[in-house]
Design a protein. Sequence first.
Length: 506
Amino acid sequence: SITDNFTRCLNNHTNPSFPISEQLYTPDNSSYPSVLQAYIRNLRFNETTTHKPILIITATHASHIQAAIVCARKHGLLMKTRSGGHDYEGLSYTSYTNQPFVIVDMFNLRSIHISMEHETAWVQSGATLGELYYQIAEKSNTHAFPSGVCPTIGVGGHFSGGGYGNMIRKYGLSIDNIVDAELIDANGKLLNRKSMGEDLFWAITGGGGVSFGVVLSYKIKLVRVPPVVTVFNIKRVENLSYIAHRWLQVADKLDDKIFLRMTFRVVNNGEKTIQAGFPSLYLGNSTNLVTLLKKDFPELGLEKSECIEMSWIESVLFYAGSFPIGTPITALLNRKPQSLNPFKIKSDYVKTLISQKDFELIFEKMKELENQQLYFNPYGGRMSEISEFSKPFPHRSGNIAKVQYLVNWEELGVEAEIRYLNFTRVMYDYMTPFVSKNPREAFLNYRDLDIGVNSHGKNACAEGMVYGHKYFRKSNYNRLTMVKSRVDPENFFRNEQSIPPCSSND
Ligand code: FDA
C-alpha cells in the first residue's frame, strides 16, 4: 500500500541513530485517535466526517522531517505540519481535498534556549507560548516576548503567521522581534537566515511557514518590561454606543504602553442586552495608568480600585482569561486548553470612525443573531511606525483596530455548525460599510476560508490573489509568490490558502 511504501522510504532515509519507526502512527495503531486528537483545537474538525491523515509522524529529530519531505514528494503525498494545532480552519491536521496526506507533528520538538547575555532565545516550533513565557520568567522578571494571549498556541504556526498580543502597541508583532530561523526546505535541506537569504526569511516571518517549508525553530529578541505592570478587565453596560465611539477615537493614540481591548457580547437574562468588556494591560503602575486614562479616555470611568498590579508573567495568566488570580505560573506549562468547542472566527480592519448611531445598529444586529462576540483590538503605537513592506503582514499605519468576530457553540454536528456559521457570516456582511475595502483586509493568523480557497490547479495564481491580497495586500503578496516560485516551484508545500508559485506573467 502507499502507506507501506512511504514507511519503507522513511526508514531508508533516516539515520539509524535516530530511528523513526516508533514515531509513526497509522489508523490501525490503537494510539492513532489520541495522537491525532491531542492537538485538535477546534472541535468542528473532530468529526467522523473530517478527512484524516494516513500517517502521523511525531518527529523527534530534524532528520525525521527531512525524510518526511523527501518521501512525501517521492510518493505524491500531501504533507501537513502541525505545531500547536490552533489553526482556526484545522489546516494543520485536516485537508479539504481527497488526496491522501500525512502529518508531521512538531510537539516533541519544543526546546527553548535563552541567552540573557544577548537577550535572545532559540525556540523550537513545537513549544507553546506558555512554555516560552514561563522559561523567560524563570530567567528574568523584566524580560518578555510580544506574542499571543492564549498559552497553548504553538510557536510554529503563530510566529510564521504574525503573532499578535497585548504588547503590540509597544513592541509590534512577534515577527517584528524575530532575528533568525531554521527552516527545512522542499529538498529536505536545513537552512538558517544566512543560507536561506533575506527574501525567504522575510516570507516565513508573516507569510505563513506552510508555503515555504517546515520551520524548525525561531530565534527571537526578548523585550524589556517593568517589574510591575497593571491589568484590569472592567465590564460596562451603560452608554455603550458612546463609549465605543470614543474608544475608536482614542484607542490607537493612547500611550503605547497601554493596550485597551474592547469586547462586546450578548447577555440574555430574559431580555437581550450588550455587555462590554475592556481586558487591558499597562506596562507600568496603576497610578500612572489611571492618570493617563482619566486624561485621554475619561468616558471609560476607570478607577484605581479596578486595577491590579502584578508581574508581567502573572499578567499573562490574568489575560488568558480563565485563571483565577493567584494561580501558580506553572499553569502556563499545561498543554491542554481549559475548554474546547467548535468555533468560527473572522477578522476585519477598521480605518475610519464608526458613529454612535452605527454602533447602536451593530448592537441590535448582534442581538438578532446568536452567540455573536466582537473584539476590537487597538493598533497605533509601534504598529504605525513599521513599514507595511517590512514583513508580509501589511496592516500597519492607518489602522485604528482589528475586529475579531467570534462565535462558539456547544452542540456537535453539521446542523449546528451550519446555523452558527451562517450567523457569523450575516454579522460580517452587516459590518461591510464600517471596515476596510478594496480589498477587505484580514489577518492571516485568524485563518478564514470564507475569503478564498485555492484548488492549486491551473488557476492557482488567480485564486491565490483572492485571499492573498486580503492577508498581505498586492505588493507583499506578489513578493511572496516570487519567493515561492524560487524555493518550491513544484508547490509541494501547500494548503487551501497557501502561496502558489507564480511568475510576473501569471
Ligand atoms: P497549527 O499547528 O494549527 O499551525 C497553523 C498553520 O501553520 C498551519 O497551516 C500549519 O500547517 C502551519 N504550521 C504550523 N507549524 C509549522 C511549522 N513548524 N512550519 C511551517 N508551517 C507550520 N493569534 C494571535 O495572533 N494572537 C492571539 O492572541 C491568538 N489567540 C488564539 C487563541 C486560540 C484559542 C486559538 C485557537 C488561536 C489563537 N490565535 C491567536 C491564532 C493562532 O495564532 C493561529 O491559529 C496560529 O497559526 C496557531 O499556531 P499553531 O502552531 O498553534 O497552529
